[in-house]
Design a protein around this ligand. Structure first.
Ligand code: FAD
Length: 542
């Protein structure tokens, strides 16, 4: 437990070894792991319970898009067998129950301060400690600060004229009311067709009298084929759990898979069709993102996959004009995270659903009673914003983090995040990020990436402690090298061509740089392991 005492101002003061910001899957595992290693840890969390993503995103249809065989902790074999997932893609309530189950099982809540937002963290160079200020006016100090604050935890504020004027209820998928929403008989507007929109639209359409979907960019979506976990999917895991988890750790995206050597551009049409159909039938992202070895590298290979997805959309949507509007043409397949859906395209065959193309008819204004678009005034009873997140950096720079010599992280990152391995940043001693920018993060099964970072950070702190040292920070050369490598990896792919949230393009004014590391979970793990094997290569310890 943290040592705590009252300050002169009456605020709670605590001095701990590690302050962790966030009690999602990253924060929970960090707390468990570090506590087991004898560190005094305090977790601070804005919400009133654990779960992070799965606490906040309670919109209808919210599910994971990595199968539950893989989207699950693997650090404790006993935990794995103590919990059984009911579906291939679990719903939000089930994933939240899992996070709560984990918190109970390891008695984590006693070191989590809920309803507490971290506002500022300043490095006190004289004391070699972080001084932390929170929304509850608590003042803490810690030797180490770890941001487990989430890559998709800050919903984007809608940049739409008149937002705020509407007099009816307004909902954000990323901050959905806990008691749920009943849209029965209502005229509902959904703005946004990213993953949250695509998951929620079919269910809202079933309830609402009328649903109008406002789309700026169509996304590629694959039918999830949800249901119980298929025996053939479960078999390799049950046959040898350790081998399966090891294969995940050394895979490209955190899910065991054998990358193909087949190039789309050099193979004939029958191979294209066969490989695409096989991947499509799995209802999984990794196979469809890996139909060809070169699909994320060359436009011609990518076009084969993209064209076939568009054919699938046309085959489902009855109205040819609507089908065209729903067919993405402005970005290569996979340069934005494709979505998984249940009946998304079929929803547009319903008589109560209308699609409005914001490229052709931009919203003039949100009004007191609805939305004005292209000379038409539409009336609504409720508006749902499914407009995405300020991804990867949003939650980190929302905290006033000031390192050595008064340099702020926000200032340092003004032209884009600069990190060593997505884990640390020069000028910010004893500061770590879980799944930070510059690591595989959102391009991977996040559970695998979270566990890897938590394990690496924990081992790093143990080494520091056993060597009798107190601070650690990357060297400028190591950081510059990693940034160069990270950007080089992205530059040979099609990723930078898309206006995606991977590129920060969804947030006005955000620098346009590719945020995650695209070299793969396996290559990344190797790099992190090498840092350790070569005596904390690129790290300055004192
Ligand atoms: P989060 O779960 O985001 O938790 C961060 C926590 O930090 C939050 O509770 C937040 O309140 C808290 N916090 C942030 N800032 C502060 C502050 N200043 N002070 C105090 N507390 C703070 N990933 C996958 O790999 N597979 C999936 O299928 C998948 N599905 C997803 C579906 C949705 C709808 C979304 C939004 C994301 C999905 N993700 C998925 C990504 C998902 O975010 C991660 O898988 C994982 O849950 C992240 O855990 P985390 O602990 O790193 O962050």
């Amino acid at each position: 437990m943290a040592d705590s005492s009252a300050t002169a101002g009456g605020a709670r003061a605590a001095d701990v070894d590690v302050v962790v910001v966030g009690a999602g899957f990253a924060g929970l595992y960090l707390l468990h792991k570090l506590r087991g290693l004898g560190f005094r840890v305090q977790v601070l969390e804005t919400a009133d319970d654990v779960g992070g993503t799965w606490y906040w995103n309670r919109y209808p249809g919210a599910r994971c898009d990595i199968p539950t065989t893989d989207y699950t902790y693997s650090f404790d074999p006993a935990l794995e067998t103590a919990w059984t997932w009911s579906e291939k893609y679990a719903t939000q309530p089930e994933i939240l129950r899992y996070a709560q189950f984990v918190a109970d099982r390891y008695d984590l809540r006693r070191d989590i301060q809920f309803n507490t937002k971290v506002e500022a963290a300043h490095w006190d160079a004289a004391a070699n400690r972080w001084r932390i200020r929170t929304s509850t006016d608590a003042k803490l100090s810690a030797q180490h600060l770890v941001m487990a604050s989430g890559c998709l935890s800050v919903p984007k504020t809608p940049d739409i004229p008149g937002a705020g004027r509407f007099q009816g209820p307004v909902y954000s998928t990323g901050r959905w009311p806990h008691q749920g929403v009943d849209f029965t008989g209502q005229r509902v507007a959904v703005i946004g067709t990213g993953s949250s929109g695509i998951q929620s639209i079919p269910l809202i359409a079933e309830q609402a009298a009328q649903l109008t979907v406002f789309q700026r960019t169509p996304n590629y979506s694959i039918p999830a084929g949800n249901g119980p976990v298929a025996p053939e999917r479960r078999a390799p895991l049950e046959a040898n759990r350790d081998a399966y988890r090891l294969a995940a750790k050394w895979s490209r995206a955190g899910v065991p898979s054998e990358p193909t050597q087949i190039y789309g551009r050099y193979s004939p049409p029958d191979v294209h069709a066969e490989r695409f159909e096989a991947a499509w039938k799995t209802g999984e992202l990794i196979p469809i993102l890996g139909v060809f070895a070169d699909q994320i590298l060359f436009p011609d290979s990518n076009a084969i996959v993209a064209g076939k997805v568009r054919e699938k959309i046309r085959a489902v949507v009855h109205n040819p004009e609507t089908a065209e509007l729903l067919s993405p043409k402005d970005h290569h397949f996979g340069t934005k995270r494709p979505c998984l859906d249940t009946g998304y395209y079929q929803t547009y065959n319903r008589p109560n659903v209308r699609l409005v193309d914001l490229r052709r008819q931009p919203i003039t204004s949100i009004t007191e009673t609805g939305i004005d678009v292209g000379g038409e005034s539409m009336r609504f009873d409720a508006i749902v914003y499914a407009t995405g997140f300020d991804a990867m950096t949003g939650a980190i720079v929302a905290v006033d983090i000031t390192g050595r010599d008064g340099v702020t992280l926000k200032g340092k990152w003004a032209a884009g995040p600069i990190t060593y391995l997505g884990l640390m940043s020069v000028g910010f001693p004893n500061f770590f990020m879980v799944t930070g920018p510059g690591s595989p993060s959102v391009l991977s099964n996040m559970m695998v990436s979270i566990e890897q970072h938590v394990d690496w950070i924990s081992d790093c702190l143990v080494r520091l402690r056993s060597d009798g040292l107190s601070t650690i920070e990357p060297t400028p050369q190591a950081e510059a090298g990693w940034m160069q490598h990270s950007q080089d990896c992205a530059a040979i792919t099609l990723f930078p061509s898309a206006d995606s949230w991977y590129m920060g393009a969804n947030v006005p004014g955000k620098p346009r740089v590719f945020l995650p590391y695209v070299g793969g979970v396996d290559a990344y793990r190797k790099a992190c392991d090498e840092v350790v094997a070569r005596g904390d290569l690129g790290l300055r310890r004192s």
